[in-house]
Write a protein that binds this ligand. Structure first.
Ligand code: DAH
Length: 339
């Protein structure tokens, strides 16, 4: 019996040694140590041995099992380490290779200008206002003191959807919407798209405006001047000069148009400012009390300041863009300049 067991150990040793994969070593494990494996068979056969031989044979079998178990475990470890190593080598990444570059977009110059302007007004205590692009005639015109059939309607050609629904021609509609819903004091800026049936070198059927509105007890045209001057100097630079010219808008009285010195030629005169050294950037004024009356605000107690600014125009001045159409072509070579 002793020889038989020794032979079994030798057989197992060589089977273990020649195993070259996890599958084959597992087969060896089953063959010798499994439930119906050779050692188990030997143990089962012990009942047929004479009583006195049993302890000794039991000892041999146990020793053999320990040896084979240890050897198979060692081999298992060795093979699984080898498998991991070769997998690592196969899957290894050469981190010195060039990466794949992904194309990153950039913000449109109009978006950049809008963000900058909104930030300036936020720092002056304004919050954001909002309103729809598909608007009611009453908010876009009537409440702003432009009744139906009023000649002032000719100032803004309009896309009508029905008799009283239109594409807003000005973000001033947000003024009316805000005033009917908010108790003064009010201090808002509202960026947004507006639409007019114009299309040439300096006009586009869609363009963007930023509206501003202040409603409070003791505000005057002087505050408007100070506010817009501070704004222009922050947006362009400290040397920028601001000029107010009398104008007319139905919703403000008095009304002004505001020019800044051309930031391209600094007032000397160039193509962008058509040789004048000045560029108009916004319309503004003291809110007409009739607008307050239409919107349910006490026009005896409150005064208002309002302004509306063209985003494309400011982007052109700020970045020296000579033709507004470039802003709508979305040529990536142009847009990349703003990364
Ligand atoms: N809504 C005017 C336009 O589109 C611009 C404007 C002028 C807005 C004067 C105002 C303002 O708020 O007070 O031409």
């Amino acid at each position: 019996m002793k020889e038989k067991i020794a032979k079994l150990i030798e057989e197992a040793k060589s089977a273990i040694k020649s195993s070259d994969s996890l599958a084959s070593i597992n087969n060896v494990k089953v063959k010798y140590l499994g439930k119906s494996g050779e050692l188990t068979q030997l143990l089962r056969g012990m009942k047929d041995l004479p009583q006195e031989e049993r302890p000794l044979v039991g000892k041999y079998v146990n020793e053999a099992r320990d040896v084979i178990t240890q050897l198979t475990e060692d081999k298992l470890k060795e093979l699984s380490q080898a498998e991991t190593d070769s997998k690592m080598i196969k899957e290894s990444v050469d981190i010195t290779l060039d990466g794949k570059t992904t194309q990153r977009g950039s913000l449109h110059p109009c978006t950049l200008v809008t963000e900058e302007i909104v930030d300036i007004f936020k720092s002056l205590g304004f919050t954001l206002g909002d309103g729809p692009e598909i608007e009611l005639d009453k908010f876009c015109f009537q409440m702003l003191n432009i009744p139906l059939d009023h000649p002032a309607r000719d100032m803004q050609d309009t896309f009508y959807i029905t008799d009283d629904i239109l594409l807003r021609t000005q973000t001033s509609s947000v003024q009316a919407r805000t005033m009917i819903n908010t108790k003064p004091p009010i201090r808002i800026v509202c960026p947004g798209k507006v639409y007019r049936p114009d299309d040439d070198a300096t006009h586009s059927p869609m363009f963007q405006q930023i509206e501003g509105l202040v409603v409070d007890e003791n505000v005057t045209l002087c505050d408007l001047k100070g506010l817009l001057e501070t704004f222009a100097k922050r947006l362009f630079d400290d040397k920028t000069k601001v000029r107010f010219r009398p104008s007319f808008f139905p919703f403000t009285e008095p009304s002004v148009e505001v020019d800044v010195t051309c930031s391209v030629c600094h007032g000397k005169g160039c193509r962008i400012c058509k040789g004048t050294g000045w560029i108009e950037i916004l319309g503004a004024g003291v809110v007409n009390p009739k607008v307050f009356d239409n919107c349910g605000i006490d026009s005896k107690k409150y005064k208002g300041l309002a302004f509306g600014l063209g985003v494309e125009r400011v982007a052109m001045i700020k970045y020296g863009i000579p033709d507004m159409r470039i802003l709508f072509e979305n040529d990536v070579r142009f847009l990349k300049e703003f990364k």
